[in-house]
Design a protein around this ligand. Sequence first.
Ligand code: GLN
Length: 507
Amino acid sequence: MILIIDFGSQTAHLIGRRIRDFGIEVKLVEPEVAFEAIEQHKPRGIILSGGPVSVYAPGSVTVDPRIFTFKIPILGICYGMQLTGYLLKGEVNLGKVREYGPALLHVEGSSPLFSDLSGKPFQVWMNHGDKVTKTPLGFEVIGSTTDVAIAAMQNIKKQIFCIMFHPEVEHTEYGSLLLRNFVHSICGLPIKKRMLTVSKIVAQLKSEIGDARCLCAVSGGVDSSVAAALVAKAVGKQLVPVYIESGLMRPGTREQVIELFRKQFRIEPVIINAEKEFLKILKNVTDPETKRKKIGALYIELFQQEAKKQKGLEVLVQGTIFSDVIESKGSKHADKIKSHHNVGGLPERLGFRLVEPLRHFYKDEVRKIGKLLNLPRHIIHKQVFPGPGFAIRIVGEVTQERLSRIKQADNIVLAEMEKSGWLKKVYMSFAIMTNTVSTAVKGDGRFYGEVVALRIIQSTDVMTTTWARLPYAVLQKISSRIVNEVMGVSRVVYDITTKPPATMEWE
Ligand code: GLN
């Protein structure tokens, strides 16, 4: 097995997923217990994850340096590399230029980590401010980028390998090959292909739910639909799907939910109309975290009211997936990036037993499970839409007027993406009301109005993204239609920021 020491990286769990995909057992542990865990589990390899803090900051998370004496191969990733450099008496400093997003890695010298990769520079995904400025004794540099001279280093004798970039994310070219080189060539573990099966998840759900009836929060999106389908398979008619019409979802969502549950499960979903309530709680709210928390709390309140009307609704099923969990501070040393309404936005007194069958899965895995469950294609491949809906795409206060404007703009984006054949090639495409105003000249008259931003991005698992290289003609069409058709808009801009550093949504 491979032991991962989790220093609070957003992608420590993702490293685990990649290794499991090779059919290899993984254990994630906190740094405080790492030494004991190594003695106990005798792993064949150790991976040190990234993390949000700086090694030289007072009280920053560290690990017992004796882990470097076990003669077990070690791979340090980002913070893991910085910590190795620091603990083994190299130097780590804040770089003048930080790297967030793509960089080009030049492989130097020879290393089993880069076997089959030397010679040609390739794209890696970075996410750091600090860097190793002097290698510890016995280490040699094996890779660099334009801004970072020591982007990879090794001590071949001690089998310690360190990289500043993240091989676990989909946007690092050859990332999988690199991890494979580590676990297979360096640690000597055999590779098998992991198969996703639903039977285990269903069996687990059966025992977790028992005889209770389950209120299943459904939004029409892929996660909650797959979660509901799993619950239906496990406990059949105990499933009660509930859709809340918040007025914040894409128009037509309610109808899609009703059709899905009638056709696929022969169950009539409960529809709760609460458009007015949502607008009311969002009045005067401009802080994104407050928005998310208020929306999360109202969802739960409405579910609790429903549970009072129906007997035995003890369990609340949510379609939470791992990216929601980790961004809401899903591990001990992780930072909170934002409070997802279904995780960090949950009130303290829930009043339900929470069941989340997809909590440890990523979006692309959820889609695969959906396929195994024979859910319709249009649900499995439906474009992702956030639970708090348009509220977190309207920077500043959510008003009836701005809500109707964003719906119009969103509609234009979707229609033009569809028409040009680009809709199925991207992960998400949407408009943002930026709350910034700019001057325009419309029909020879001065016009001062809001700037709309477009975010059109590519990803498979939400952990990293890049913006879509749309043809100019498509961008022009979307821009012209929005400024011409949506009242109050002065300008359209295209968001060309990768994740990291930018998150998918603006709020
Ligand atoms: N917090 C550290 C930095 O910014 C490490 C980042 C990481 O591990 N991704 O340099």
